[in-house]
Design a protein around this ligand. Structure first.
Ligand SMILES: *Cc1c(COP(=O)(O)O)cnc(C)c1O
Length: 241
């Protein structure tokens, strides 16, 4: 082990991170080719939750521009520490309205709009009449379990209308996580059909955020534009703090 490795034992070596990132980028390019799509249509969001800010800095040095976080306090601290990098911060975790009002100060994209109360938290208020405009995705629950994140497919249209009504969220499209007990491609095909419905409400809302470390190729095949990939790039996550 080199001296450098001993100084920072909790970080993967630069070469390991670089190799994993290169391998995922190659996998995305393969998936795009197989689906007859251009990689230019795809945004890689590296999910860095539970990892230290130093790892996000390494990723930025390797050309990563978009990162995803799922816990408000952790995201807020990292975004403040790494402000100089000019990254685009995506919030991908469950939000409560109070946290949502704080998240809009550092996040650029909120991918987990799943309830009216969370959507409304981004609307202007008397004390904050002119908040920043954020990009938003309506998160769809593709499982039969109401406890999982996301709005049920039947309620997507109403929530999309509500997003548009805030005036401070730019509706980008839909987001989902594939169920554990189903072939991901079938689930992503349902998401694609829901996305087509949302486009009837807002023709600009063309994005689909789907696909993680284990199923991004299936997501690309079903039209995903945003891939949220964590462990395949960062290595195993530390335990939740
Ligand atoms: C953690 C997380 C990811 C990334 O998962 P990996 O399997 O590590 O790629 C993607 N999306 C959401 C919503 C997450 O919470």
């Amino acid at each position: 082990m080199s001296d450098a490795d001993q100084r920072e034992p909790s970080l993967p070596s630069d070469t390991g991170l670089e190799a994993r990132l290169a391998s995922v980028r190659a996998g995305i390019a393969d998936a795009a080719r197989a689906a007859d799509r251009s990689v230019d249509e795809l945004t890689l969001v590296v999910v860095t939750k539970y990892h230290p800010a130093a790892l996000v800095r390494q990723l930025a040095a390797l050309g990563v521009t978009d990162v995803g976080e799922n816990r408000h306090q952790e995201a807020q601290a990292k975004a403040a520490e790494l402000e100089d990098l000019g990254l685009t911060w995506h919030f991908v975790g469950q939000l409560q309205s109070k946290k949502a009002r704080q998240a809009r100060r550092y996040a650029h994209v909120v991918q987990s709009l799943d309830r009216a109360s969370v959507v409304d938290a981004f609307a202007p208020t008397e004390t904050e009449p002119d908040p920043r405009v954020l990009d938003g995705f309506v998160q769809v629950n593709l499982t039969d379990d109401p406890g999982r994140g996301g709005v049920v497919p039947d309620d997507v249209d109403a929530l999309a209308e509500r997003v548009l009504a805030t005036g401070t969220l730019r509706l980008r499209g839909v987001m989902a996580v594939a169920p554990l007990d189903e072939e991901p491609r079938a689930a992503f095909a349902r998401l694609r059909a829901i996305s087509e419905r949302v486009r009837l409400i807002d023709p600009a809302a063309t994005d689909i955020s789907a696909g993680m470390s284990g199923d991004y190729a299936e997501a690309v095949a079903e039209g995903a534009t945003h891939l949220r990939i964590g462990s395949a790039i960062t290595g195993n996550r530390p335990a939740a703090p």
